[in-house]
Design a protein around this ligand. Structure first.
Ligand code: 3AT
Ligand code: MN
Ligand code: MN
Length: 509
């Protein structure tokens, strides 16, 4: 047997080196990315400051817990604590609307309970922190916060060491043996990010292509794990796999191959970056085959990063991949540019029927929690609508909410703002500000039965479900749902997307 010299689960498809034309096209690609993903030195510095401050707060918290638990003073002072960023920050592809994902590693003295109560209190006292939400019962428990205006996701890992400092190896396999299941899952994000970087042949090519793919997926409204599209980690793994298949290629070639590889992928086979270990729960599992578009994370235990994809979001993602694939082919011929692929989505012009969900409240902090809760229920609603009738062909959620802060001078204006109206004037001294987040779900019907189809049952179930949330308060939070036809879509959502390129409605696989 010959020595394996490639990364991934199969031989590369091509080991060709870049031509002069590939290099020139890569420079054009870089310029396009620089135009759309502007990250300034100030913003980078702000992110670093947030991480430094979090580290200081966390280490101080660890020490206090030790003291409270009467741990010997010497040990308490040495207990330490670590803050490790992962996700897009670690991959080097974060932009202005990325959050910062952070794992906090604490010593044996600090339990998960201590973290999710005590550290949450510490964060609540921090002046720069505007919102703190602890989601303790999630698969991966997390604290969501907004620190100096930037969203931060914190997860907690408690190791069985008395001292947590730089010498602790978080990638040591035996470390996992002594961890709580939730801690293993919480450490997984960091391990996945590190492993992705170690599994690509050229990190800077990977980063450039992934940045481009992220901009594209956001502009085309197919980026969002929560509502059912691929999220940051799934797009990252997909790009990494294409990098493995073309290890020497320039970024321009990898970007072009990305769209064709993903579009033509045989999804009865999962997309993976390395072989799954035999003792991994996902090895040989039917679980994987149940997914429509399986993209698995590389680190043990493997997870399906595309668990949330539904038949509609799968179809929409394929339609967008096909559109991008056709335009990138034109780039190779010199008849299109990298920017053409990024033309905004025609989501608001494409369908005849939309469900508009307006979530409102009277403070930014409340709105963060309330709209987050509603957003997490969009995907279950999409699934219900998909199953409603044979005549429902596609249920496409818009990938993100449209957020507004509306200054109001009267209570009437405030009430109107909750139903989506915006006052003409921008008041200097409003009596109140109403925060709204509006979600859209587009529906496409096959036959003529659309008139008779009754959407009200799944919608009513959705309303009952979100209003049944224990944090719901009818005096400060609103929820209004409208059925809109295409002529009723707010003007400001139209327009920008008069696309030149290939029209996506014309394409199907
Ligand atoms: P953004 O730039 O923040 O959008 P990201 O790569 O940082 O992209 P997320 O913040 O959504 O992505 O996720 C950060 C990490 O959280 C990545 C992964 O370790 C974990 N994670 C998030 N979603 C999933 C998922 N669906 N499956 C497995 N792990 C996930
Ligand atoms: Mn992130
Ligand atoms: Mn995150």
């Amino acid at each position: 047997p010959t020595k394996r010299t490639y990364l991934g689960v199969s031989e590369p498809l091509s080991t060709a080196l870049p031509t002069a034309a590939d290099k020139a096209s890569t420079e054009a690609l870089q310029r396009t990315v620089d135009k759309w993903m502007v990250v300034t030195k100030e913003e980078d510095a702000k992110r670093d400051q947030i991480l430094n401050r979090l580290e200081a707060l966390f280490r101080e918290f660890v020490r206090e817990i030790c003291v409270r638990k009467k741990v010997d003073e010497g040990l308490a002072n040495e207990a330490g604590g670590r803050i490790e960023p992962f996700g897009s920050y670690l991959l080097g592809v974060d932009d202005r609307d990325s959050d910062i994902d952070v794992v906090c590693v604490g010593p044996k003295f600090v339990t998960r309970e201590d973290f999710f109560t005590g550290f949450v209190d510490v964060l609540n006292r921090e002046p720069e922190v505007s919102v703190v939400v602890a989601v303790v019962d999630a698969f991966v428990p997390v604290v969501n916060l907004v620190f100096s205006g930037i969203e931060v996701d914190l997860v907690y890992v408690r190791v069985l060491h008395a001292k947590v400092d730089e010498s602790l190896d978080l990638f040591d396999g035996s470390l996992l043996e002594h961890l709580d299941e939730r801690c293993i899952r919480s450490l997984n994000g960091l391990r996945v990010s590190e492993e992705i970087l170690s599994l690509v042949p050229d990190v800077s090519t990977f980063q450039l292509v992934l940045k481009y793919v992220k901009i594209w997926a956001k502009r085309r409204a197919v980026y969002s794990n929560i509502v059912g599209f691929l999220g940051g980690v799934a797009w990252a793994i997909a790009v990494a796999r294409v990098c493995q298949l073309y290890p020497n290629a320039a970024a321009s070639v990898v970007a072009t191959k990305f769209f064709s590889t993903l579009f033509n992928w045989d999804w009865s086979q999962p997309l993976i970056l390395k072989h799954i270990k035999e003792h991994d729960p996902l090895y040989n599992s039917y679980e994987v085959r149940r997914h429509l578009m399986p993209i698995l994370t590389p680190s043990y235990p493997c997870m399906c990063a595309t668990h949330n994809v539904t038949s509609s979001t799968f179809q929409t993602t394929l339609t967008e991949l096909k559109r991008a694939l056709l335009i990138t082919e034109m780039i190779s011929l010199g008849s299109a540019t990298w920017s053409d692929v990024l033309d905004p989505s025609d989501y608001f012009e494409k369908y005849k029927h939309y469900i508009q969900i307006i979530v409102s409240s009277n403070s930014a902090a409340l709105q963060f929690k309330w709209s987050g809760l509603v957003e997490s229920r969009i995907r279950p609603l999409v699934l219900k609508l998909e199953m409603l009738s044979e005549s429902v062909e596609l249920v496409q959620p818009f990938s993100k909410s449209i957020d507004r802060a509306v200054a109001c001078k009267t209570m009437e204006e405030a009430a109107a703002a909750c139903t989506g109206s915006v006052p003409e004037m921008d008041y200097i001294n409003p009596i109140t500000t109403i925060y709204t987040s509006t979600f859209y779900i587009a529906l496409q019907f096959g036959s003529s039965s659309e008139k008779s189809l009754n959407l009200s049952l799944p919608i009513q179930e959705f309303v009952d479900r979100v209003k049944g949330w224990d944090g719901f308060d009818m005096n400060s939070m609103g929820l209004v749902i409208h059925n809109l036809n295409s002529s009723e879509i707010p003007q400001n959502l139209l327009g920008e997307s008069k696309s030149k390129g290939v029209k996506s409605t014309a394409i199907s696989k």
